[in-house]
Design a protein around this ligand. Sequence first.
Ligand code: GDP
Ligand code: MG
Length: 215
Amino acid sequence: MTNMSAAAAGPNATYNFKVVLLGEGCVGKTSLLLRYIEDKFNDKHLTTLQATFLNKKININGKRINLAIWDTAGQEKFHALGPIYYRNSNGAILVYDITDEDSFGKVKNWVKELRKMLGSEIVLIIAGNKIDLEHERTVPLEEAESYANMVGAKHFYTSAKLNQGVEELFLELTQEMVERFEQNSQTDLNRTQRVLVVDDEAPVQSSCCTGSKTN
Ligand code: GDP
Ligand code: MG
């Protein structure tokens, strides 16, 4: 069990944010994370990430931010990702594969669930991944963008493979989380500290994606 806190006050504050990756199996969640953290890409589906989350430290305008980015261990394939995974999240990246309409439908389900369970506190970013496969696109561009607009989420196109849009996505998400956090501290002056309690979960072994992207 890990305890994290984010103190809003003071110029030396460090912001600790929890971010979850959500989306159907094989849309590229783990690939986006590994691209962002390690600048690597693997053609194979990466079944297990050893850690439940990876940390990334960034600085924006002198603010120190520590992101704990949670990736699934493949539980999404068994429809077994519940509130334990996303609770206390400050942000969520909802990933779909632009060549897979079902995966976009799954994003819509996640948006509904997150808004219902966490309200507007959580910052949502929708990522249309695999834009290097633009010629195979099945999710219409306008539909994805207007949907994101409607639910108050920013929309990004990414390719973990070609390293496109990844850095930008995480930067935008982080900036929005800082803004959101500062707004919340202002509206609730009594709240000087926010404690996020995060559980370590044992990774579930799974295999997928060999030959098929439907899960
Ligand atoms: P996850 O199940 O959502 O974590 O998906 P993975 O990150 O394991 O990726 C599933 C498959 O899609 C793997 O074969 C990856 O190499 C591939 N993949 C991930 N991102 C991209 C991308 O941007 N472009 C292409 N062409 N393939 C990708
Ligand atoms: Mg994965």
